[in-house]
Design a protein around this ligand. Structure first.
Ligand SMILES: [Zn+2]
Length: 54
């Protein structure tokens, strides 16, 4: 049932990641996440997953 609306998906999900450690949501550029430049502001870990993926 996932309607494909690229712009909306990008806005809602693409730049939001969830810390694997403490599950804090972080809004950051995907490229920065991939390069490991983003750290969780809560636990300082750099492990994230996309918001949609469970
Ligand atoms: Zn964290």
């Amino acid at each position: 049932m996932a309607a494909k609306i690229p712009e909306a998906q990008n806005r809602l999900f693409k730049n939001v990641f969830v810390c694997k450690k403490c599950h804090t949501k972080i809004k950051a550029d995907a490229q920065k996440i991939l390069k490991g430049k983003v750290k969780c502001r809560k636990c300082k870990k750099g492990a994230f997953r996309p918001l949609k993926k469970k």
